[in-house]
Design a protein around this ligand. Sequence first.
Ligand code: GDP
Length: 196
Amino acid sequence: FNYQQVSFLTSAPDITALPADTGIEVAFAGRSNAGKSSALNTLTRQNSLARISKTPGRTQLINTFTLAENKRLIDLPGYGFAKVPLAVKEKWQKSLSEYLEKRQSLKGIVVLMDIRHPLKDLDQQLIFWAVQSNLPVLILLTKSDKLGPGARNKIVLEVREAAMAFMGDVRVQAFSSLNKFGLAEFEQVLDEWFNS
Ligand code: GDP
């Protein structure tokens, strides 16, 4: 699959404004600063497809991109800002769980986490909802260049072990946008979902 053939489709203020629910889409989610924009840019070989370093706390849009006829990438807003009001957090949680549950075209979700801070509460919540909706999950452990091979492998094994508790299709891959570690494996999982 050629992820370079990507173009911006829409920005939606919420899930009700997403493109028509047809074809296949794959969503990207993660705590703010997890490296989601960098991973999207690395995957698509673009420099600024997804803006890097967004203003904390500002209302964020769901950005959607087209890869091919009826094949989309969905960039969900980053979560985990301490300063976001509770009501906003709750609204986000409700709409996200609804999106995972109801979206027919959604074939998988990539959950990005800094390899040094994996599986925070909201990450686990998200994975729980995804598994409940029978949605396959790829945990991408980002910024793996920050660790040596020994420490990296140890965390991958620990997260794989922890991921078994979700009792679903939850895969774990170390990744780096800096040195492209894990990019081929990341693409392989996406290929599988887009061809499902
Ligand atoms: P987002 O908020 O999840 O979209 O995260 P960004 O992609 O904006 O990245 C947050 C910060 O982490 C930025 O300073 C990036 O330069 C840095 N970053 C992202 N990916 C990597 C990586 O693979 N390696 C390293 N060393 N830094 C990264």
